[in-house]
Design a protein around this ligand. Structure first.
Ligand code: R1P
Length: 289
């Protein structure tokens, strides 16, 4: 089947619509970061940089480090952007842009998120690193796909019951990292976590400035949820979408987080840039050693 121009949208130079890059511009190992400024903070460690392209919040640098070809791409904030980034990355490697047909042989990408997050358990300190073994999405992204086979409905249903989750909000979904890729980044200093992916930074994460939230005790309920020892550790805004779409598309994904805030103690790291830099160094070392 040939994909119509309205479905597989390409720019005049045959680059993919939003990411604005060509198939040869990306490596098989992709680091995603939220902040476009963080792309350079990662690629400054590369030995060579061959590609620097961008459009909107999606900036890409591709280069090599210790002989390994790596791309770093900014996603901006939120799972709506993750829908664009994951689908367009997959199209770049698994669809022929000349014939507009899906390749019979599929390529698998390794996708590593280097992001920031807020912890909700008191024992996780600001400045610590956390690998999301699982994620629960409060966004509805995966609900638009035929995705039931990659979701953990048992944990989802137990969570809905525990929190008396309102039906007016989308049904939470539970997804997991790729265990083999995750093993590359584990160490004694890395927390293993269950990450909640929210659709916003304020109300959806229980932050009250001037607006009341629908459930003032939501963060307490998240922190007290316990499914056979599996507890929710932190809040951010991309991981569930990355894990869900990566699994559906046949890619491996892992989300690494630097803890900038602890919502249960009220702390926020005084130097978030320094802490994020340490996670970048850690991730690049593990990826290339
Ligand atoms: C909110 O400030 C943003 O920071 C976190 C959240 O997931 C959200 O994208 O991650 P990044 O620092 O990777 O963007």
């Amino acid at each position: 089947m040939q994909l119509k121009p309205s479905e597989l949208v390409l720019n005049a130079d045959n680059s993919i619509y939003h990411l604005n890059i060509l198939p040869e511009d990306i490596a098989d190992t992709i680091i995603t970061v939220g902040d476009p400024d963080r792309v350079g903070e990662v690629s400054k460690y590369f030995d060579t940089v061959e590609v620097k392209k961008g459009k909107r919040e999606f900036h890409t640098h591709t280069g090599t480090l210790n002989g390994k070809r790596i791309s770093v791409i900014s996603t901006g904030i939120g799972t709506d952007n993750i829908d664009i980034v994951l689908n367009e990355l997959d199209a770049l490697v698994n669809i022929n842009f000349e014939t507009r047909k899906i390749n019979s042989e599929k390529k698998q990408l390794d996708i590593i998120r280097i992001g920031t997050t807020g912890a909700i358990q008191p024992h996780i300190n600001v400045g610590d690193f956390l690998l999301s073994e699982h994620a629960i999405g409060f966004d509805s992204l995966l609900r638009f796909y035929d995705a039931k086979h990659v979701l953990n409905e048992e944990v989802q249903n137990s969570f809905i019951k525990h929190t008396t989750w309102s039906k007016d909000k989308s049904t939470p979904y539970v997804v997991s990292c790729d265990q083999d890729l995750a093993a590359t980044f584990m160490s004694e200093t890395m927390h293993k976590g269950f990450t909640a992916t929210n659709v916003g930074f304020y109300g959806p994460q229980g932050r009250v400035l001037r607006l009341k939230t629908e459930d003032p005790s939501l963060n307490d309920k998240l922190a007290s949820f316990d499914y056979n020892g599996l507890k929710i550790t932190n809040l951010e805004m991309e991981t569930s979408g990355i894990y869900g779409l990566a699994k559906l598309l046949g890619h491996r994904a892992v989300s690494l987080n630097c803890i900038l805030a602890n919502r249960s103690t009220g702390e926020f790291l005084t130097n978030p840039t320094e802490a994020t830099e340490k996670l970048i160094e850690y991730a690049l070392k593990k990826l290339t050693e």
